[in-house]
Design a protein around this ligand. Structure first.
Ligand SMILES: Nc1ncnc2c1ncn2[C@@H]1O[C@H](COP(=O)(O)OP(=O)(O)OP(=O)(O)O)[C@@H](O)[C@H]1O
Ligand SMILES: [Mg+2]
Length: 327
């Protein structure tokens, strides 16, 4: 019970390309307990998806995990065979993608796909499998799941298709779900409903959840803890309240100041200056240095990951003052 579901330490996933080595994930550490929700936040290209793919054994050449450890319920997964990964995938660890059609096959009925997903890991009767499908569709808020089971993916709206993909992820009561921007393409009311249902599910079933997004506002209402990624590293990590209300990394502060808020109407939004670095041409030392308002010569050295308060970790020499963000 007290054992963490997932302990990731020093994880490195690199891509060996003709143009050089892209260190997409370069030293990622975090721990997740049962039923806990972690938001993994950062700009495009910061390494969020590759972190997710690494955790489910889906990194393809020219990429590979070159360092660190992924302990899942006490078992080391780095270096495990494809067969081991296949058994874990879908059953114990599931992933939900931004595009539900990454999970769904357009030419097969929903029941066919769901039953196949169940039978990939378990021997069950047709009746039992169907009951399980109806239950899973009900859990994600699909009305009349019995009738909907025989529909094809195109007969569902985008939001409903994403719910079906989530239902497939839930079929085996996984210990861990990695959700990679699954609500980004949906309108805000549907997004809010799905977030609400996922939170409830994590609480009720004890499934740990990693929610990948570029949108801090999404994780603010969902996650227990937040990890902020930049240039392949987690630069700040803490409880959601800490990260949102008392961020210490200049990058986190920049992200928060660039989120529109109701109580700051009329105040121009602040932007983080400059562009995210190319992974093939990373600045030495702190990757955020060229864009950072606080950078000094010292930042040419890599700041280490240190715990500045219980549960609050930071990689920065020049932490911003911990007063609440302006917005
Ligand atoms: N097949 C590949 N070959 C070479 N480099 C790759 C490959 N896949 C990913 N990368 C590198 O890994 C980096 C991180 O990619 P990743 O998909 O994890 O970003 P992300 O944070 O999920 O961004 P987004 O918000 O746009 O989804 C990319 O910027 C790219 O340089
Ligand atoms: Mg991504």
């Amino acid at each position: 019970m007290t054992e963490p579901v997932l302990e990731v330490s020093g994880l490195q996933t690199h891509f060996f390309t003709r143009a050089g080595v892209a260190k997409a994930v370069d030293g990622v550490d975090f721990t997740l307990k049962r039923g806990e929700i972690m938001g993994l936040v950062g700009e495009s290209g910061s390494g969020k998806s590759i972190t997710g793919f690494s955790l489910i054994g889906l990194v393809d050449p020219p990429g590979r995990i070159v360092g660190g450890s992924i302990r899942f319920k006490g078992e080391e997964l780095v270096g495990k065979s494809e067969e081991t990964w296949r058994q874990l995938r879908g059953a114990r660890i599931a992933m939900i993608f931004q595009d539900p059609m990454m999970t769904l096959n357009p030419v097969l009925r929903i029941d066919t796909q769901m039953i196949e997903a169940i039978r990939a890991h378990r021997k069950v009767s047709d009746r039992e499998a169907r009951a399980r499908c109806v239950e899973a569709l009900g859990k994600v808020g699909i009305p009349s799941p019995h009738e909907r089971l025989t529909a094809y993916p195109h007969q569902f709206s985008g939001g409903m298709r994403q719910r079906v993909a989530i239902a497939i992820a839930l079929l085996h009561d996984p210990d861990l779900i990695i959700a990679d921007e699954p609500t980004t393409a949906l309108d805000v009311t549907i997004q809010a409903q799905i977030l609400h249902e996922m939170k409830k599910l994590a609480r009720e079933t004890g499934t740990a959840l990693i929610w990948i997004t570029h949108d801090l506002a999404v994780v603010a209402g969902l996650a227990d803890q937040v990890s902020v990624m930049y240039g392949g590293r987690i630069v700040e990590q803490g409880t959601t309240a800490t990260i949102v209300e008392r961020p210490r990394h200049p990058y986190t502060r920049g992200l928060i100041d660039s989120v529109p808020s109701h109580n700051a109407r009329g105040v121009p939004l602040r932007q983080i200056r400059g562009m995210a670095p190319s992974l093939l041409d990373m600045p030495e030392g702190c990757p955020f240095r060229p864009r950072c308002p606080n950078a000094s010569a010292r930042c040419r050295e890599e700041p280490e990951n240190r715990e500045i308060a219980p549960g609050h970790r930071l990689r920065c020499f020049h932490a911003v003052e911990p007063e609440p963000a302006v917005r």
